[in-house]
Design a protein around this ligand. Structure first.
Ligand code: F3S
Length: 386
């Protein structure tokens, strides 16, 4: 793999041991995947931020690093909100460990925005190369924004953040971004027909890591977010296209007709929904957009929740939409920043949790040890207040 003079000096240890180690990670990855060179990135998003997922060994690794990031870099959700964490049942022991993780990342120059929706921070443009690691964020960046990122692990995203470059392979190359399978979604009727989390959950299971092309659906941006997040969780989809909607399908060089076609039937979608009893409700997977907060504020206006109802969001989005947050919290629901349904231990105490997200539906049983029920956002609110 070609390295320029500066990169060679970093690799030789001229800029310190941490940068040398980071460059070694990038070079090793580049060799494994046949990258010809490194490509400059405009931002990094780093997973491995919750103490629940990295534990004490991850923390020790972070504490041994001694360099600053070279590009704007943010974190994936951590295991608790940075303030008032005790209100969602986080133990002091967990909180102390999580604070140490936060301090380790702060020391490296990483912005303490802890979110899987870094695209709401306006740090990404069409065509940018990135090193992002959270699967739903990767999917949104590649598919909806037309940026280019592989799905990085926490260490490789951190290495790219510190060097400001990433190996140029996989989804960084236009030739690797063409669809490999066409998805037809049967036009159904009823409240679940346009549940893009459910459609994504079923599609991801069928396509694995192929790049799907949808031709006959017209999702909004929030629905694209739900669709991509679910496909990344139940499958390994890091890029998908929706004809006429996602940007790369409008390019003259885009290849429109994969030979393999599968159909998602309405009966399969309907079969995911049940009415089992739940003891808590959680939405905001991926973190809520301003529009989703507005919708929740409208649905909860004048209502009181009768069971715990958690709404997860990026701190920046929460702070910019306090008018919706206060309306939501008047109902007794909680709007929680920095953390999420899956990476915090907050949901683990419940037996059955209701979600509106195909990704949460896929992850909650294993990651939180609870049963899960999926519904629309409206159904989640209805259950929370009944
Ligand atoms: Fe985000 Fe956590 Fe869901 S990281 S996509 S809210 S599982």
């Amino acid at each position: 793999m070609y390295l320029d003079k500066e990169d060679e000096l970093i690799l030789a240890g001229e800029y310190g041991e941490t940068r040398q180690k980071m460059m070694e990670i990038l070079v090793a990855l580049g060799k494994v995947f046949g990258a010809e060179d490194l490509v400059p990135i405009s931002s990094a998003q780093i997973s491995g931020a919750s103490y629940k997922t990295i534990g004490k060994w991850g923390l020790e690794w972070l504490n041994n690093l001694d360099a600053h990031v070279a590009v704007p870099s943010v974190l994936n959700p951590i295991g608790m909100p940075r303030e008032n964490w005790e209100e969602i049942g986080i133990s002091k022991e967990f909180a102390d460990n999580q604070k140490e993780v936060i301090n380790a990342y702060r020391r490296l120059g990483i912005k303490l925005e802890c979110t899987c929706t870094p695209y709401y921070l306006n740090i990404t443009n069409y065509g940018d190369h990135l090193a992002w690691s959270e699967s739903s964020a990767v999917s949104y960046a590649n598919s909806v924004l037309g940026a280019r990122t592989n799905r990085e692990g926490g260490p490789s995203a951190l290495a790219a953040a510190m060097i400001g470059k990433t190996p140029n392979y996989g989804l960084h190359l236009f030739k690797n971004r063409m669809p490999g399978i066409s998805i037809e979604v049967e036009k159904g009727e009823g409240v679940h027909a346009n549940h893009y989390g459910a459609i994504g959950y079923l599609t991801g299971k069928l396509v694995g890591n192929k790049i799907p092309l949808f031709k006959d659906i017209r999702p909004s941006r929030d629905q694209l977010k739900a669709l991509g997040a679910a496909m990344a969780a139940s499958g390994a989809v890091a890029l998908y296209h929706v004809k006429g909607i996602t940007p790369e399908t409008k390019l003259p060089t885009f290849s429109q007709d994969p030979s393999e076609v599968i159909t998602i039937e309405q009966s399969e979608i309907d079969a995911l929904f049940s009415d089992i009893d739940v003891d808590a409700v959680a939405v905001g997977c991926p973190h809520c957009s301003p529009d989703e907060l507005a919708k929740l504020a409208m649905l909860l206006d004048g209502e009181k929740v009768k069971r715990p109802f958690y709404i997860f969001v990026a701190k920046g989005v929460k702070d910019a939409n306090l008018q919706y947050v206060s309306k939501i919290e008047k109902s007794g629901a909680r709007v929680i920043e920095d953390t999420c349904i899956v990476v915090s231990p907050a949901m683990d105490k419940f037996e059955t949790v209701m979600v509106d997200s195909g990704k949460a539906y896929s992850y909650v049983p294993n990651m939180c040890g609870c049963n899960v029920r999926i519904g629309t956002t409206e159904e989640c609110v209805r259950v929370a207040i009944s």
